[in-house]
Design a binder for this molecule. Sequence first.
Ligand code: SIN
Length: 304
Amino acid sequence: MNALSVNVGSVNLKSPLILASGTCNFGRELSEYYDLKILGGISSKGLTIKPRAGNPGVRVAECDSGMLNSVGLQNPGVDYFIENDLDFMRDSGAAVIVNVAGHSYEDYIEMVKKLDPHKEKIDALEINLSCPNVKEGCMTIGSDPSAIRYITSELRKLTDLPIWIKLTPNVTDIKATALAAQAGGADAVVLINTLMGMRIDIRTRRPVLTNNTGGYSGPAVKPVAIRMVAECSQVLDIPIVGCGGIADYKDVIEFMIAGASAVEVGTACLVHPALPVDLTSDLEKYCEDNNIALKDLTGTLQRW
Ligand code: SIN
């Protein structure tokens, strides 16, 4: 038996480790560092109907314990992806999670209509209702429970593929947005995307990022993500994919105890591209030492 195998609803993963959207493109570059088939899955860069060049100027800034990004959904467009990258992802041996972004309800609907005919190559759609770096769609929809419920239910009518809703932490009550995704028919939620932040150059007194603000990720956001996973785990019936600041195997375990069925790893791989290789062997050792299957940890938090 593979001690690392987990399920996110109907999606079986050989490992809980999924590469987080936006930190691995479509996996090709990382395949030069290690064999991607050790991964549970790869979440593609956020895709849109038309290709996007992303935001101009400075788009990334290092911070204490993490980084800010305002990439602005740079991507080649969904048609190019289907033609040129989807087969690579399928052949990688990791589950294929396609991250779907949009600027309006209609965009998300058109995206799912374009992807559904390729469903035999796709394991799940990760609906990005959380990118903080574009003016319309994404986080604007993802901050409003009624909008989340509406778009999720519209997408549910269009496909049998598992629908994972990636939520923003930039809300007052994460339970309300997660429950709205569930009510709309989502198969899972992904918690969390980046926290909105800003850095200022004290010499010019201008924001470091040309877009002024960006999304903060990395080890500093982990306690926020853990808290949100633990809160949602108490109220949801659907699985949670945890994401935010994972840098070693203990972080994976912490997320699973909080309630995650699988996790996404991102920013730490920008520092150490082959990190999933270390995480895999450390998790295998943990399971062996503790005579445990990883999936048995999910939601085992003992509250005070
Ligand atoms: C970006 O491309 O700006 C980041 C994507 C995201 O936060 O979902």
